[in-house]
Design a protein around this ligand. Structure first.
Ligand code: UGA
Ligand code: MN
Length: 243
């Protein structure tokens, strides 16, 4: 099966380095199709050229967040993007594949890809660097998922992170109402409910969920300083031009 790696991304100063770093992970993975869904109106030709140069089979979607959600705090991040990718997959009736939601800023061990490729229905595994506990993931007893560890339960039936599961497309095809709502914090739970998940269907991966193969890393950049340099440079006030 092909791995359909769905990456929401959005324009900000870290976008190009994040996608470069992610591409350099994905370049090691065979039989992978990268669905890059950008939170921007219309086609970004610069980004398209960049994606083409990486040489990874890819599809570039423009999937802007509806404007009414942009004003909401917290905003539903990456949802319009993932919905666009779900629609793309559904329109093609693709069944020989595995879907994985891989944000542009996370860190992926290459071992993750062989683990998720085996997904028969829904597989799950822990994610590192999540909130207060520093990890989120299934609790496994005798090879079966029996509970979840997550520092934000919030009454969710499936208290897992977006990066902590993969779905077989043939399995997903049975559920025509598959969906991800614009409901911050509840996207994973509602998506997994929409594909009829049951505890006994979950396949624990990564040595019975004892291995961490994906981390919820976040990138910091010194915004203020660089913005000042850029504006000085544009005004001709900087000595950068002389370097
Ligand atoms: C956490 C979870 O790990 C995500 O899976 C979840 O989507 C997100 O919260 C959420 O709030 O819904 P976090 O690191 O806090 O992730 O969020 P970001 O990495 O900032 O955003 C998640 C994804 O959406 C990223 O791939 C990002 O590029 C994209 N995004 C973010 C957009 O497309 N548009 C935005 O305005 C913001
Ligand atoms: Mn993130």
């Amino acid at each position: 099966p092909i791995i359909y790696f769905v990456t929401p991304t959005y324009p900000r100063r870290e976008q190009i380095p994040e996608l470069t770093r992610l591409a350099h992970t994905l370049l090691h993975v065979p039989r992978l199709h990268w669905l890059v869904a950008n939170d921007q109106e219309g086609c970004n030709t610069f980004m398209d050229g960049m994606l083409k140069r990486f040489g990874i089979p890819y599809t570039h979607l423009a999937s802007p967040m509806p404007s009414n959600f942009r004003k909401v705090k917290p905003a539903p991040r990456g949802v319009a993007n993932r919905r666009a990718a779900l629609q793309w997959l559904r329109q093609r009736n693709l069944t020989d594949g595995v879907l994985y939601f891989g944000d542009d800023d996370n860190t992926y061990d290459l071992g993750l890809f062989s683990e998720i490729r085996q997904t028969q229905r829904v597989s799950m595994f822990p994610v590192g660097f999540i909130a207060d506990y520093g990890v989120s993931g299934p609790v496994v007893r005798k090879g079966k998922v029996v509970a979840f560890l997550d520092s934000w339960l919030a009454g969710r039936r499936w208290p897992v992170d977006m990066a902590g599961f993969a779905v077989n497309l043939e399995y997903m095809a049975q559920f025509p109402n598959v969906n991800m709502p614009y409901k911050p914090g509840f996207e994973e739970d509602r998506f997994l409910r929409s594909i009829g998940l049951r505890l006994d269907l979950i396949e624990p991966r990564g040595k019975n969920c004892s291995q961490i193969l994906v981390w919820h890393t976040q990138t910091k950049s010194k915004k203020a300083a660089v913005v000042r340099l850029e504006s000085e440079y544009l005004d001709g006030r900087s000595n950068l031009g002389a370097l």
